[in-house]
Ligand binder design. Structure first.
Ligand code: PLP
Length: 370
């Protein structure tokens, strides 16, 4: 007899990943796969091709590499493989994920120049231009949507400076890829990193890197780790038709394939972006009507991914109480991550629709009247 299994979701995740997935994405994980069987490997190849096609119209220039682990593992694989022994990286840091890249680079003994900004500010282009005059800098990296606050960094403008200076351009688009339209060839991105459980709406278990073929080739022999060797991972997938070097998260990969099909059915990245934008607008407007203030100033580009709100000024406000109350009502929200600010976050990516945001607002309104 089968043990009783809870299949129904207890709450909607309004978090920036893992996020709420569709019933079909969860359902396709019910079967097992053989990792070296041709059928499974061709699924991997199909996924890799679809990812490249989502990222750019210049598909021949780029290739996709899937990497076990959470998104951070893929970021670390890029930093640890792309930088040569005597390389030096400029990291633009205006949030927790920019800071994490700095921490990784230092841990890997990579020389780092850090440009730090407050988490609620966008980086200054003239600072970046000045920093780039250091000819020993070989690589530059930046986060696209800083999930710490939900702001969108100006990767188009930064990328132009980076490429004009002849540096390799790395973008952590973890929480935006698939949910914000972009063409990585036009943006001249050399390495873009994202993961299965963000805007593609899969489940957690692997990350992926979209990179220029020539840049992947250049990573050969440079890795500072065996498991996170980006070149070797790519080369094995290329040479063996979609085979992963080590155990791959088969169920997660199958779920991701389903998530890619659903993204296509929704109308592609542009349509998904519109849905997220509508969710975010409805959320931000509704929350402001309830008296909550946004953390980001209106002149800072706000992503449609996640929004940060200040705690209300009332002395008796408890985030934990709001959290528990909303969880009872079927919604999970996210604590804040901004240093020195009492705030919380609400995400609107995943299988989340306008009706869900309206139901959430109604639940918050009821809570506020208590
Ligand atoms: C989610 C996320 C990551 C990766 O986080 P993991 O917990 O390792 O999956 C990296 N950068 C950004 C901007 C993110 O939103």
């Amino acid at each position: 007899m089968n043990a009783h299994v809870e299949l129904e979701n207890k709450y909607l995740l309004l978090t920036p990943g893992p996020l709420s997935t569709s019933p079909a994405v969860r359902r396709v994980m019910q079967r097992d796969w053989c990792t070296w069987d041709k059928e499974y490997n061709s699924l991997v190849q199909d996924i890799r091709q679809r990812l490249v096609a989502l990222a750019t119209s210049e598909t021949e220039l780029y290739s996709a590499v899937l990497m076990q682990g959470s998104g951070s593992f893929s970021v670390e694989a890029v930093l640890g493989s792309a930088l040569p022994k005597n390389g030096k990286i400029l990291i633009i840091n205006n949030g927790a994920y920019g800071a994490r890249m700095v921490q990784m680079a230092r841990c890997l003994n990579i020389e780092v120049v850090e440009l730090v900004y407050p988490e609620t500010q966008i980086p200054d282009l003239s600072d970046i231009e000045k920093a780039l005059s250091d000819s020993s800098i070989t690589h530059v990296s930046c986060v696209h949507c800083e999930t710490t606050t939900g702001l969108l960094n100006p990767i188009e403008e930064i990328g132009r400076l980076v490429k004009a200076a002849g540096k390799v351009w790395i973008v952590d688009a973890m929480s935006s890829f698939g949910g914000v339209p972009m063409d990585i060839a036009k943006l001249e991105i050399d390495f873009l990193i994202s993961s299965a459980n963000k805007c593609i709406q899969g489940v957690p278990g692997f990350g992926f890197i979209l990179a220029k073929r020539e840049q992947l080739q250049a990573c050969k022999g440079q890795a500072r780790s065996v498991s996170l060797d980006l070149y070797d991972q790519w080369n094995t997938m290329e040479q063996h038709d979609g085979k992963w070097r080590f155990t791959s998260p088969t169920h997660v990969v199958r779920a991701f394939y389903q998530a890619l099909l659903e993204l296509e059915q929704e109308g592609g990245v542009e349509a998904r972006y519109q849905r997220y934008v509508n969710n975010q607008k409805c959320l931000a407007d509704g929350m402001q009507k309830l008296g909550f203030k946004l953390v980001l100033d209106t002149d800072i580009p706000q992503s449609p991914i996640i929004t940060t709100f200040m705690y209300p000024n009332t002395a008796d406000f408890s985030f934990q109480e709001l959290y528990e109350n909303l969880k009872q009502a079927g919604f999970v929200i996210y604590p804040g991550k901004v240093t020195d600010l009492n705030c919380f976050r609400i995400g609107n990516i995943g299988e989340v629709y306008l009706e869900d945001i309206q139901r959430l607002l109604a639940a918050i309104s009821v809570y506020c009247q208590k």
